[in-house]
Ligand binder design. Structure first.
Ligand code: TYM
Length: 332
């Protein structure tokens, strides 16, 4: 059986990186896999979240997923904290995964920064909760952006160690699915940093809630260099901001970067940016309009999430019961 699990944090607006790196691929994989798509609020609170804002963001991120084409009738769309198996299995994985493994996680180092002593214990144990998300459903495939690859390797190690420690063939080895040019969309202000919800500058990212004028402004202000577009991928690779904009255009138009260069080589960025804006607006405009329609009807979103939680719980509960037996927990 092929089952997908993937998640997104409700920590702010969804941006173009989330869309091209993850959600668009979720939509495309829906015809081939049984899918669970999760709004991971328990991961979100590993750094401080204002409670009313967290609730608002959960609905908004859900609306973004649905507007992008996630099918909540065929597949399971839900909020992590609504299904107890995530927390229950995460604790068991806290006792399976090793401190040395977590010490190697680059995302913790980046997020905790210099003041590690003051980071939450949750931020440190974050990857174990992610392993639990995936393995509570015995998911076999996990479509994500490049930045989640290391966490998935840890999930695979944890699954293997659990099986080995308890002498069972219980958890599968989940496969990461990471696709093409948009697996790592970079900041519009700095081509060496990834586009992120937590970047202070809103000009660093295109949000899925941005209207056409805002997209045009952000693309116009995006950092570039004075040279025209090159004609080879090698020449492009040496220019991170240029490479990022070409990569975004390629992903939005479903081409390879080389094909984009074949069309635009020798042209100035001022000209290319106009085409990029048009392309971004043509892809994001309809999603944006649908998001607006959905966010105006929170009762519908809540109903989707309620049903999703029930369906997710029905899958995870018997798996967790088996885990409890394997571990030797008392189940009454
Ligand atoms: P999150 O919320 O940071 O991002 C959601 C998805 O978007 C991808 N992504 C990007 N892809 C390309 N370029 C970017 N600049 C970019 N920024 C984000 C992420 O790779 C991700 O696929 N820990 C995860 C959520 C999570 C999860 C899981 C994912 C929790 N449990 C289990 C898969 C399976 C996260 O913080 O994603």
């Amino acid at each position: 059986m092929k089952r997908i699990f993937s998640g997104v944090q409700p920590t702010g607006n969804l941006h173009l990186g989330n869309y091209l790196g993850a959600i668009r691929n979720w939509v495309r994989l829906q015809s081939e896999f049984e899918c669970l798509f999760c709004v991971v609020d328990m991961h979100a609170i590993t750094v401080w979240q204002d409670p009313p804002e967290l609730k608002r963001n959960i609905r908004e991120v859900t609306a973004g997923m649905l507007a992008a084409g996630v099918d909540a009738d065929k597949h399971v769309v839900f909020v992590q904290s609504a299904v107890p198996a995530h927390a229950q299995l995460a604790w068991i994985f806290n006792c399976v995964a090793r401190i040395g493994w977590l010490n190697r996680m680059t995302q913790f180092k980046e997020k905790a920064g210099k003041n590690r002593e003051n980071a939450s214990v949750g931020l440190y144990a974050y990857p174990n909760l992610m392993s639990a998300d995936i393995l509570a459903y015995k998911a076999t495939h996990v479509p994500v952006g490049e930045d989640q690859k290391q966490h998935l390797e840890l999930a695979r190690d944890t699954a293997a160690k659990f099986n080995n420690d308890y002498k069972v063939e219980f958890f599968p080895q989940p496969e990461p699915l990471i696709f093409g040019t948009a697996a790592r969309v970079m900041s519009l202000r700095d081509g060496t940093r990834k586009m992120s919800k937590s970047d202070e500058s809103d000009y660093s990212r295109i949000n899925m809630t941005d209207d056409a004028d805002t997209i045009a402004l952000k693309v116009r202000k995006a950092k570039t260099d004075p040279e025209p577009l090159p004609d080879t991928l090698d020449a492009l690779a040496a220019r991170p901001e240029a490479a990022n904009l070409v990569g975004i255009y390629a992903a939005l138009s479903d081409q390879e970067s080389a094909a984009v260069l074949a069309t635009f080589a020798g042209r100035q960025f001022s000209e290319f940016k106009k085409d990029l804006t048009d392309m971004a607006v043509s892809v994001l405009g309809p999603i944006n309009a649908e998001m607006k329609r959905l966010t105006a009807d929170p009762a519908h979103i809540d109903a989707v999430l309620k049903r999703g939680a029930e369906r997710a719980d029905a899958i995870a509960r018997p798996i967790l019961a088996e885990v409890y037996d394997i571990v030797g927990f008392w189940r009454g």
